[in-house]
Design a binder for this molecule. Structure first.
Ligand code: ATP
Ligand code: ZN
Length: 210
């Protein structure tokens, strides 16, 4: 029997809930902060602890069979994987925001404007669908400071409470994508009986919660 591998986030917003759902499935494993791999002692499974950005590609390439990652990261990395199950945590919305003082009202007004983001693929897809041509400026973090510094007219980012937008003089303008953590699988593991068993356990944990 082949030992399956599941990739989860090493540290960050999805780590704790990812570990919790696996433990609630009855899996026993050590969760040392320092180790990058952990062996489940009562199921043929190894857990790989990775940066979330790397998870979709690892699953696509079969380095991991399964993964837990935000839908936004799957879309952004364009990885070809199976969506097996939404997990109900890590919920957030990706939004376009503009300066609080801006009087921009319609999406079309973004034509020719500069939008700063760390998620160019998702933004580009949205703008293309709406027939809008903006200048997408790729920035790896702290995109909220862009408009205040005159670097961009708008930003596109993950927003949860809106507090960060507000404290940087910005306001939400358009919702682009809702995201939550999902269980993904490599395209070739659909018929694997251990995957089916694990998926069934995860689904019963989720239905016991709701
Ligand atoms: P890593 O070190 O693994 O690359 P990261 O800094 O890219 O981590 P986190 O901030 O931990 O990522 O976010 C992981 C995922 O959590 C996001 O991709 C998104 O799907 C989800 N998420 C939920 N709420 C938020 C939020 N308020 N801000 C950012 N991400 C959020
Ligand atoms: Zn990341």
């Amino acid at each position: 029997m082949k030992t399956l591998k599941i990739a989860i986030q090493k540290s960050g917003r999805l780590n704790e809930k990812s570990v919790e759902i696996l433990k609630n499935c009855g899996l026993s494993f050590e969760n040392y902060k320092s180790s990058l791999i952990s062996t489940v002692t009562n199921f043929p499974l190894e857990i790989l602890f990775l940066r979330d950005d790397d998870i979709p590609e690892y699953v696509q390439d079969g380095i991991a069979d399964l993964g837990i990652v935000g839908e936004n990261v799957i879309v952004e990395t364009k990885a070809e994987v199976d969506y097996l199950q939404k997990l109900g945590f890590g919920k957030c919305t990706l939004k376009i925001a503009v300066q609080a003082t801006s009087n921009i009202q319609k999406l079309e007004e973004l034509n020719g404007k500069a939008i700063a983001t760390s998620y160019p693929v998702i933004l580009e897809k949205f703008l293309r669908e709406k027939g809008i041509k903006s200048d997408i400026r790729i920035i790896s973090g702290s995109v909220e400071i862009g408009p205040g510094l005159g670097l961009s007219d708008a930003i596109f980012d993950i927003v949860s409470t809106g507090g960060t937008l507000k404290s940087n003089g910005l306001k939400p303008f358009a919702d682009v994508m809702q995201s939550e953590a999902v269980l993904i699988g490599n395209k070739s593991i659909a018929d694997n009986p251990e995957v089916a068993e694990l998926l069934q356990r995860i689904r019963s944990v989720l239905s016991a919660k709701s």
